[in-house]
Design a protein around this ligand. Structure first.
Ligand SMILES: CCCCC[C@H]1O[C@@H](O)C[C@@H]1SC[C@H](NC(=O)CC[C@H](N)C(=O)O)C(=O)NCC(=O)O
Length: 221
């Protein structure tokens, strides 16, 4: 079967969680990087962007947009969603929480410098006071290796991605969360994830000024 093809900028943004899920599932994928306004306008003209937006993922003969919809489809397809609706809704809740946190980081890149620093400090504060305490408690109460049903799921992948992203902002952020520290080590050592964390993988670096300029230019923000 043809490999999934991802259409997005050469950066994290909203596509990074999709890259993580595919990589964790051991699925090879291709990428088309948007560098020019013309590329974006062609995708629009060709009717490939449902609401005129990227991420776009070509998979199974479909052209998928809307990040959450794509992630849900991939989680179900690669057996990384729950075994029943009650497990699936927990996975969705946990994943949505990490997506909210990570989107704050993605959007901060587009703010003026002083606002950006303030936004990123708020991300660390929210991680420490709102998000990480919740996941620490889940791991404590659940008493298992994974967040849901003691089976590796999409929620575990999202949480690891979010932990690493916040640690890039504050390396000591897990100092009060011993179970999250163990979780990070455990999930990082899953072979497919371990490979994705090695240099040379399709994992993207934190947003830099070049990325922001390209996105602004392509989207005419
Ligand atoms: C000021 C913030 C700019 C953010 C720009 C992009 O970088 C990412 O971090 C977020 C976005 S991604 C690019 C943006 N896509 C979305 O907003 C998708 C939203 C959708 N709900 C999803 O989840 O996929 C885009 O195509 N916009 C064109 C435009 O709506 O006309």
């Amino acid at each position: 079967a043809a490999k999934p093809k991802l259409w997005y900028f050469h950066g994290r943004g909203r596509m990074e969680s999709i890259r993580w899920l595919l990589a964790a599932a051991g699925v090879e994928f291709e990428e088309e990087f948007l560098e020019t306004r013309e590329q974006y306008e062609k995708l629009q003209k060709d009717g490939r962007l449902l609401f005129g937006q990227v991420p776009l993922v070509e998979i199974d003969g479909m052209e998928l947009t809307q990040t959450r919809a794509i992630l849900s489809y991939l989680a179900a397809k690669y057996n990384l969603h729950g075994k029943d609706p009650k497990e699936t809704v927990r996975i969705d809740m946990y994943a949505d929480g990490t997506l909210d946190l990570m989107l704050m980081v993605a959007l901060a890149a587009f703010k003026p410098l002083e606002e950006k620093e303030e936004s990123l400090a708020l991300v660390v504060k929210k991680a420490k006071t709102r998000y990480f305490p919740v996941f620490e408690k889940i791991l404590k109460d659940h008493g298992e290796d994974f967040l849901v049903g003691n089976k590796f799921s999409w929620a575990d992948i999202q949480l690891l991605e979010a932990i690493l992203m916040v640690e890039e902002l504050d390396a000591s952020v897990l100092c009060d969360f011993p179970l999250l520290k163990e979780f990070k080590t455990r999930i990082s050592n899953i072979p497919t994830i371990k490979k994705f964390l090695q240099p040379g993988s399709q994992r993207k670096p934190p947003p830099d000024n070049h990325y922001v300029e390209v996105v602004r230019n392509v989207l005419q923000l």
